[in-house]
Structure formats: C-alpha cells, structure tokens
Design a protein around this ligand. Structure first.
Ligand code: F6P
Length: 311
C-alpha cells in the first residue's frame, strides 16, 4: 500500500526559485519533494527483498517497489504528467492527457538499492520532458535527484543553474526544503574520482586515465550508489564514471533513468558528461532501457578522457 504523500501548507521549497519555473514543471518538482519526504521516513522500515525482478533482471528490494509505486501515484495525481517511465516498470504508465503536450517523467525511484542493508546513502533520479519518451537528454525541461543521507536533499535544474535544497528537520520550517546551495558550479580544482565496475574489466584507456588521476593526487570516492558518489564530484570537483567495460562497451547505467537527468545537472553546473565520444545529452536513445558508457564531472577531465579514448 502506498503511503499518503499529501502535505499540508505550501510552499514546500523555501526561497523558492522553483516557483519561477513553468507551472507544471514546478508542480512536478514539488510533488517529487513531498514523495521523497515520505520515502525518507520509510527507509528504516522497508529493508527486505521481494521475489520480483526488474526489467534489467535485478532483484527488486521492497523499497524499490514502494518508491516506484509512491512516485508513480503522486506524479499521476498532479494531472500534468502524461507518461511515467521507470527503471522498475516493464512498461511506462500513461494517463489520459494529450501526450505531445503533457509532461513525461523518466525515473530511477530508488538508486543504490544494494546499499539498503549497508546503511549507505540512497537516491532517486528524475528526468522531465515534454512529450512521449524516449527523447534526447538535451530535450529535458528539468531534472532532479534526491539524496537520502544524513540529510534529505534535492538537487535540481531547469537547465539554467543548479540549486540544492535540504529538508529542515526542526523549527517553523520543519518538513520544508531550504535552499542550501545556490547556483552550484563544479569547483575548478578537481579533488575526487569514482569509477564503477572493476579495474580489470575497464577498457585500457580508462585504466590509464585513472592511473593518471591517482598520480595527480585525486582521491577515490566510491560507495556504489550513483547519486551519493556523483554528489561528491558535484560538490568537490572531479569525475564520476561507470565506464565502457571490455566486452560491455555500453557500461551499465541507463540513459533515460540515470545518466541524462544527471548530465543536465552537470552541464548546468558548467561540467560535461560524455559516453566517450559525445555529450550524453546528444544521444538519441532508441529504447527506454538503453545504457551507455558514462563519464561526468569537470569539463577539462571528461574532455581529456574523450581525447584518450579517441587515440
Ligand atoms: O544503477 C545501479 C547502481 O547501483 C548505481 O547506483 C551504482 O553506481 C552502480 O549500480 C554500482 O555498480 P557496481 O556495483 O557494478 O559498481
């Protein structure tokens, strides 16, 4: 059963840049924030696995199913969303709205579910488009990710700048999201890197590049929840990747559910995201489930890796 995500009073975002977005986009982002609050409260109670597999053959955690059902329900309830595609759904959900004009959301409702039992940060990722999916990442009108960590935060962009809001836990604004970091830009001096998979499966260009990052003094940060690891790169500068692997050139991460939404944020923070050849945002996905190699972070580093791969 899906918990009640309704929240009394508004606005949910304080010092609200979101109110300046188009009305339906603001409504979707507010709904995501309210849903995230419900999930954050459920985290400690729903730690089991189900017997179901998602479309990628991964065992669904109870929290995957809960987060998927909750976000699907509340997003449809906005009456501005015509299509919801989710990493946890075999087929997208559609509403009766005219699909060319209404909003479509692609989501990973619970990122990093293998970390539920280890009590590491978890996330949720949302790409927001107008019209039916799949579409290029560049066509997104907004994107957001939620981090369930020591604090509950939402990082979002409507393409122009990146803001991070953190939920207030006490005081008159308890339950609302306070603008904590405005117009985030990747720091010029990169400090950290995190590459998924295992070193002996990386393509040689990636292996050489990571060795050079280590020689330059960048420090490894990798916990296995994309959003948790990416957030460190966004705030400290550096590069996150789930790279091309030997025998698996398209890596693991899904363009619509994971890398395109985060890439919109990276580029709005003056960084760059690539599949090794071109911007993730310029890839025309042929399916909802398409994956690609993924490199994101400081523009200079990602471009350097592109050059290494092109040699
Ligand atoms: O997409 C699923 C995910 O759990 C990401 O959150 C994470 O970055 C990645 O997979 C971890 O994969 P691996 O265990 O292969 O490094």
């Amino acid at each position: 059963m899906v918990a009640n995500a309704s929240v009394t009073g508004s606005p949910i975002f304080l010092e609200d840049g979101v109110a300046d977005f188009e009305r339906d986009v603001a409504k979707v982002l507010e709904t995501i924030a309210k849903g995230a609050r419900v999930i954050s409260k459920e985290l400690s109670f729903r730690v089991g696995l189900t017997e179901n597999l998602n479309p990628f053959g991964e065992k669904q955690a109870e929290l995957d199913v809960f987060a998927n059902d909750l976000f699907s329900k509340v997003l449809l309830g906005t009456r501005v969303v015509g299509q919801i595609a989710s990493e946890e759904l075999q087929k997208p959900i559609t509403s009766s709205l005219e699909s060319s004009k209404s909003i479509s959301v692609a989501m990973d409702p619970l990122d990093g579910s293998s970390n539920i039992t280890t009590n590491n940060p978890l996330g949720s990722i949302f790409g927001i488009w107008r019209g039916p999916l799949p579409q290029k990442g560049r066509e997104q009108i907004a994107s957001a990710f939620v981090t369930y960590g020591p604090t509950l935060s939402i990082t979002l962009t409507a393409g122009m700048g990146v803001d991070q809001y953190v939920e207030a836990r006490e005081g008159e604004n308890a339950g609302r999201f306070v603008l904590s970091y405005k117009t985030i830009k990747l720091p010029e001096r990169p400090e950290v890197y995190g590459f998924g998979g295992s070193r002996n499966t990386w393509i040689p260009e990636v292996e050489r590049f990571v060795t050079s990052l280590e020689e330059r003094g960048l420090r490894l940060r990798y916990g296995g929840t994309f959003i948790g690891d990416y957030n460190q790169v966004l705030r400290r500068g550096g590069i996150f990747s789930y790279p091309a692997l030997k025998g698996k050139p398209d890596g693991k991460l899904r363009i619509l559910y994971e890398t395109a939404p985060v890439s919109l944020i990276t580029e709005a923070a003056e960084g760059y995201s690539s599949n090794g050849k071109e911007s993730i945002l310029d890839i025309e996905p042929k399916s909802l489930t398409q994956t690609s190699a993924f490199y994101t972070g400081n523009r200079g580093l990602v471009k350097e890796l592109e050059t290494e791969i092109a040699k």
